[in-house]
Design a protein around this ligand. Structure first.
Ligand code: ADP
Ligand code: 5GP
Length: 208
């Protein structure tokens, strides 16, 4: 589907500068959503959480337009063909598509914040090409057992889905060194703090 995408406009303005993009990836259960939700509240650098589009079914605890824009396959395909995505991928070999909406990046720009993307490794590699200055962070856990346990404790996936996500996680770990920063989420507060330090130092550099 990526072939249908128009070339991204990497110069979406942010004040007088191009939009700063932040990407967080990591295995399922590594704590990405938990950390994103903390960061948007606690980071002194204004972060705008990008709401992706997806074709996967909505979960009971989710709200359309807040967690994702839930689209039919046809709607997603049409948006892709119209160049509406910065990147889009079939994630976790699930048959479901996920994509970063170009309109969301414009929203971050309009709101004067940094665009914060929580996306899979394939999507992140595509964003790295389009936004070479993106701050890219790979979230790890101390061991595979830890993310497996967290995935099970969260209780949102069936055994089959858990097994598929574990397979993807092992593949994704091979790409960790393509990210500028790797953060271990053993202790949640420390991981959040470490990411905030990265963001603050990057903001100071960009203001220098
Ligand atoms: P992801 O978005 O990467 O799939 P989640 O943010 O949903 O992961 O986290 C998976 C589970 O692990 C959740 O139940 C969450 O509360 C828990 N969790 C996240 N970070 C930690 C941590 N540092 N220590 C213990 N549990 C954590
Ligand atoms: P979930 O189905 O648990 O909400 O998300 C599954 C995975 O999809 C997560 O690992 C998340 O990183 C990834 N994801 C969410 N939105 C996007 C997106 O817009 N693009 C890509 N490439 N991956 C996404």
């Amino acid at each position: 589907m990526t072939d249908h995408l128009a070339t991204v406009d990497a110069s979406i303005p942010y004040g007088k500068r191009p939009l700063q993009v932040v990407v967080l990836s990591g295995p399922s259960g590594s704590g990405k959503s938990t950390i994103v939700n903390r960061l948007v509240v606690e980071s002194p650098v204004k972060l705008i959480k990008m709401i992706s589009a997806t074709t996967r079914p909505i979960r009971t605890n989710e709200t359309d337009g807040e967690d994702y824009y839930f689209l039919t396959n046809e709607e997603f395909q049409r948006k892709s063909e119209d160049g509406g995505f910065v990147e889009c991928e079939e994630v976790h070999s699930s048959g479901f598509w996920y994509g970063t909406l170009r309109s969301e990046l414009h929203r971050a720009s309009d709101e004067g914040g940094w665009a914060f993307l929580e996306i899979d490794v394939k999507g992140a590699l595509s964003v790295m090409e389009q936004y070479p200055d993106a701050i890219t962070i790979f979230l790890k856990t101390p061991s595979e057992d830890v993310f497996e346990n967290r995935l099970r404790t969260r209780g949102t996936e069936s055994e089959e889905v858990i097994q598929r996500r574990l397979r993807t996680a092992r593949e994704e770990l091979n790409f960790a060194d393509r990210y500028r920063y790797q953060v271990c989420n053993d202790d949640l507060d420390r991981a959040v703090e470490e990411i905030i330090e990265v963001l603050v130092s990057r903001e100071a550099e960009s203001n220098a």
